[in-house]
Each structure stands twice: as C-alpha cells, then as structure tokens.
Design a protein. Structure first.
Length: 270
C-alpha cells in the first residue's frame, strides 16, 4: 500500500468552541487564532459570540489583514466540510437581525443560540451569555463605559508587558489580575455562572457552553456542566470536544508546542 504523505492537522477534535475574538480591535490576537484554526481539524466549529467587535468598528474602524485572515480561515474550514455555527453576542449584535431569516452561507449558519449533542449523548445549550449579564442587558451605556475602560486597560497592559519582556519577565495580564482580585469582579463572574447554569437546568439541558466574560472555565454547578470558552484577547483559549465526548479547555500558548516545526509556516491563508 502506498504511503500517504498528506499532512494532517495535528490538532483533531470532534467539536471546537471559540468566543470573544473581538476582531476589529487592537487588543485582539488574530495571528494566534488564525494559527489555531489552521492547525486544528473539527467536524463542528461554534463561534460563541463577539467574534467581530461591531461596537468598536462603529466608533473607530480598525481592520488589518490579520483580521481578514481569521475570517478566511473560517470560510476555508466551512468549504472543506466543517459545520460552522456563528452564535451572536452583544458586540456583534448587528447580526441578530439576520437570524429570523435563517441565514445560511454554505456550511455557515447564524443563530442566537444552538444545541449541541456530545459524543457521549449529553445535550449542551450554546449561547454567548450577554443575556445573563444585567449590566449589558439593562444598562447599555454603563456596559459601553466599561468596554472603553477595558480597552484602555488592555492598551496599558501592552506597554506594561513590553517593559517586562525587556527585563526578562514573563507575560502578566493586568485585567485578569483585576478580575480575580477585585471582589466585585469575582462576585460578578460567580453570579453570571450561576445564572447561566440555572437557565440551562430550567430548560432541561445537561450543560451549557458560553463566553462573554473572558474567563475560561469548566465546572459543575448544581448538577449542570458549565463551560466557558474564554477569549482571544488575552488567554487565547478554546473549548474542545474530543471524539469520546470529553471536554477540555486548551490554550494556544500550550498547544502550539505540539505543532512540528515542519508544519509551521508563516501566516498564509489557503
């Protein structure tokens, strides 16, 4: 039998869930996300909201080639057979008006939420999560002020870590530190997780996959499996489902070392 010399993506999953890429902002990590999408293979890809930051684009247009590369990676995956579900979030809520039209583009479907059945027959509710954020839902102007503050903190974080790198220190996330140390932020994350899990249980699901709060997490809350896929602004994380139904949070900074150097090329979209 002839040897198959076809290079297979080294990261193979049944399903992949990513959220909060915030393309259109300077704080996004498009190169990391593009590389992850290039080197992973999956049957289903869920974009769990805030992939494109419509809020930021409406005020300041920022869209370099690296951001286009991410979209092209997604389109390439859909053309090659991956079923893609774009679940709308609050920053890309401009897409929600298309949901009622059941808009489909090949293997890409835009939805407000979705249901995913795992390989071990668990039913998961897929939603961005902003509807469970009281500030985002009822105090939109406060959310926008908070968004500006977050972007400012990311900008400061970039200069801060440039200085740390010159001194030989590793990356340190100021915003992640603030979220974990400031009591109100910790309480917000906890209440958000409980609210999402409660709604999931009320609807009869076994678990929920969401994003929104930029905090990757896997836990059980009152019998409900809670999964948050994190973000591609700071943590560069994704939630993945293995072929036996096992769920795992992966971080690009960890799994990129699994890629053989011979498979790594400069960013180039197929």
């Amino acid at each position: 039998m002839p040897k198959d010399n076809t290079q297979r993506p080294p990261l193979r999953y049944r399903s992949v869930f990513i959220s909060d890429a915030h393309l259109g902002t300077a704080g996004s990590q498009p190169e990391a996300l593009s590389s992850f999408l290039k080197h992973c293979e999956c049957e289903k890809l869920y974009l769990v909201g805030d992939i494109i930051d419509g809020w930021r684009l409406r005020s300041t247009f920022f869209w370099p080639q690296e951001h286009t590369n991410v979209i092209r990676r997604i389109l390439t995956k859909s053309r090659r057979g991956t079923q893609v579900y774009y679940v709308t979030g609050n920053h890309d809520d401009f897409l929600r008006k298309f949901v009622d039209y059941e808009l489909k583009m090949g293997n890409i479907q835009i939805v407000n939420d979705a249901v995913h059945v795992t390989a071990d027959d668990r039913k998961l509710f897929i939603i961005h999560g902003d509807l469970f954020d009281v500030v985002t839902r009822y105090h939109r102007w406060v959310a926008r002020i908070g968004d500006v503050a977050y972007v400012t903190l990311l900008r400061v974080n970039r200069y801060f870590n440039n200085a740390r790198a010159r001194l030989g220190y590793p990356y340190f996330s100021l915003s992640a530190y603030a979220k974990h140390k400031v009591k109100s932020a910790v309480n917000f994350i906890s209440e958000f997780e409980k609210a999402v899990a409660h709604e999931c249980r009320r609807r009869g699901f076994d678990g929920v996959v969401c994003g929104h709060i930029h905090h990757a997490e896997m836990k059980t809350i009152e019998g409900v499996s809670y999964y948050n896929s994190g973000d591609w602004v700071e943590s560069a994380s994704a939630l993945v489902e293995h072929f036996d139904g096992r769920m795992e949070i992966v971080y690009w900074n960890d799994i990129k070392d699994m890629i053989k150097p011979s498979n790594v090329h400069p960013l180039r979209v197929a």
